[in-house]
Design a protein around this ligand. Structure first.
Ligand code: F6P
Length: 315
């Protein structure tokens, strides 16, 4: 029996490209539109974004075979956090949340682009040891039911969905804005007794008040993506033993903070905006409170209250 071809299968390659031109904005076209320029800098940045898109497609393809191919996940241990391409430095965390891979759940890539400074052609680590406002672009790729790439070059936050039949990232939402307040709180409550008391105060508040709902997937990109689209707050606090927490400033917290601020939200360590933090080393960690403006401010208010009154609040 011969199945009738689907609409998509009936289209030849030329028609597919024409359909694409008519109806869709691809990632590379969007980047060029955003840059409004054909300067060497703009072309470099656009080339870099295309390479990030290509890397995302390759990772997505390989992940889609996980479980079928031996060693399909063999690359998860590799950390490639820093590379220099021409005038730019790219920080790239290829598989964030890799423990989710063992059970076929979502993972993500996170990237951050900074301009090289100084005369050293190959750039230097000193270029990276600066506050997060120095980022000129940032984004992530979410490998979920579909593969999504979300990015900003400082002019809003835009999301793209990978169309596997075309092999292209197609614009799905432009100028994403996070609500000022949201119902979701996302945190690993298993660490409750390791946190500073102020975070326990916040969680107790959430438990006692209606309207909150907990969501935690254990992989930063997925958890962040939910907060970005639905509002609320993601927290990864420090603990008494590790006051800086687990997340890495340069290739986890800072790029997501850049996106969050572009979307109208906030990102804080609890006492300082994430984008103001100047790292002293490449793999520096930082506590992270990120999401809707009002939710982040509420968490900060508990931290402030504890610093003013360390022992007056009863458990
Ligand atoms: O930093 C890696 C990471 O897997 C993040 O993607 C995620 O948010 C976090 O660690 C999860 O940590 P935990 O297992 O302690 O909740």
């Amino acid at each position: 029996m011969v199945n009738a071809p689907t609409g998509e299968a009936r289209l030849g390659q030329t028609e597919q490209v024409q359909a694409l031109d008519r109806d869709c904005t691809t990632l590379s076209r969007h980047v060029l539109q955003q840059l409004h320029s054909f300067s060497a800098d703009a072309q470099d940045l656009s080339a870099l974004m295309s390479r990030i898109g290509l890397a995302a497609k390759l990772i997505a393809r390989r992940l889609s075979r996980a479980g079928l191919m031996e060693d399909a996940l063999g690359f998860t241990g590799a950390v490639n956090v820093q590379g220099e391409i021409g005038r730019y430095s790219l920080l790239y965390d290829p598989i964030d949340g890799s423990s989710n891979l063992d059970i076929n759940l979502n993972v993500g890539s996170i990237f951050s682009i900074r301009k090289q400074e100084g005369d050293d052609e190959d750039g230097s680590a000193a270029d990276l040891l600066q506050h997060g406002h120095k980022q000129i672009a940032a984004g992530y790729v979410l490998y979920g039911p579909s593969t999504m790439l979300v990015y900003s070059i400082g002019q809003g936050v835009h999301s793209f969905t990978l169309d596997p039949s075309l092999g292209e990232f197609i614009l799905s939402t432009e100028n994403i804005k996070i609500p000022d307040n949201g119902p979701i709180y996302s945190v690993n409550e298993g660490s409750f007794w390791q946190w500073e008391e102020s975070y326990r105060d916040y969680i107790r508040y959430v438990h006692r008040n209606q309207g909150y709902t907990a969501r935690y997937g254990g992989a930063l990109v997925g958890d962040f993506h939910r907060i970005l689209f639905q509002g609320g707050v993601f927290l990864y606090p420090g603990t008494v033993k590790n006051p800086d927490g687990k997340l890495r400033l340069l290739y986890e917290s800072a790029p997501l903070a850049f996106l969050m601020e572009q979307a109208g939200g906030r990102a804080s360590t609890g006492i300082q905006d994430i984008l103001d933090v100047v790292p002293t080393k490449i793999h520096e960690r930082t506590p992270l409170i990120i999401g809707s403006k009002e939710n982040v401010a509420l968490v900060e208010s508990f931290i402030k209250e504890r610093s003013r009154n360390p022992i007056t609040l009863s458990e």
